[in-house]
Design a binder for this molecule. Structure first.
Ligand code: DC
Length: 225
């Protein structure tokens, strides 16, 4: 079978990761969660004791930052210097660190080849913000997944509560709006729909309906490869 790269971009809470996880399993692709890589860098910088605003300290600290990923039973494990940080990066605090520091060119440059190299050798569905525009501009299929801000915040709240975190809807919505704004307005690789991306809006779709919509788009593309 020919290799396929599916670039799946969209704002946080649009459902990218849960949909991509199931699609990857059912269609035999690797699922790469690139947000986890930015979160790992955020965790690293926090542990270094720098502030998210101190760009020169961040650039110096990045020289020793080693982010990688591998797969256990098909699920991505995200590593910092060989240490599995997949659980540690799933907090609102690290999401904020990732959002702030992912705007820096040095951070984006650090993570470029780890993403591209894997996608070159494997069939992937890669979720992020700039996969279709920057990381895999030649991907055979690009999808831009979105949903209203309120619906996305409701979904995120559910996930966080299920993970045992104490947080309310207003806080999730406010932090999400801050992150959306930063992701969309940063100078380098902002969140933007690639011109040739298929737009899928999941506001009025439940998980199963969203899954079927994406699966149809991907299978159609795979048949033409
Ligand atoms: O998808 P996520 O919430 O785990 O992403 C965390 C942050 O990382 C998000 O605020 C934006 C940033 N990010 C990015 O800039 N580029 C990507 N390809 C993926 C995530």
């Amino acid at each position: 079978m020919k290799k396929i790269q599916v670039a799946l971009d969209g704002p946080s809470g649009s459902g990218k990761s849960s949909l991509a996880k199931r699609l990857s399993r059912d269609l035999g692709l690797y699922y790469i969660d690139t947000g986890a890589l930015y979160r790992a860098v955020g965790l690293y910088l926090k542990e270094c004791g720098v502030t998210p605003e101190d760009v020169s300290a961040i650039e110096a600290a990045l020289a020793d930052c080693r982010v990688s990923f591998d797969f256990v039973d098909g699920a991505q494990r995200t590593m910092l210097d060989g240490r599995d940080v997949s659980g540690l990066i799933r907090t609102p605090e690290i999401a904020q660190w990732a959002s702030k520091t992912s705007a820096l060119p040095a951070v984006r440059a650090l993570l470029l080849s780890v993403q591209r190299d894997f996608a070159r050798e494997n069939s992937v569905i890669m979720d992020g913000r700039d996969i279709g525009t920057t990381i895999l501009p030649d991907a055979p299929l690009k999808i831009f997944l979105t949903a209203s801000a309120e619906e996305r915040a409701r979904r995120r709240l559910k996930e966080l509560l299920e993970a045992g975190q104490e947080i309310d809807f207003e806080t999730v919505l406010r932090e999400q709006k801050e992150r959306d704004h930063r992701d969309e307005t940063r100078e380098i690789s902002p969140l933007r729909r690639a011109e040739d991306a298929v737009l899928v809006d999941t506001t009025a779709l439940d998980f199963e309906e969203s899954y079927l919509a994406l699966r149809r788009v991907i299978e159609e593309r795979m048949e033409k490869l």
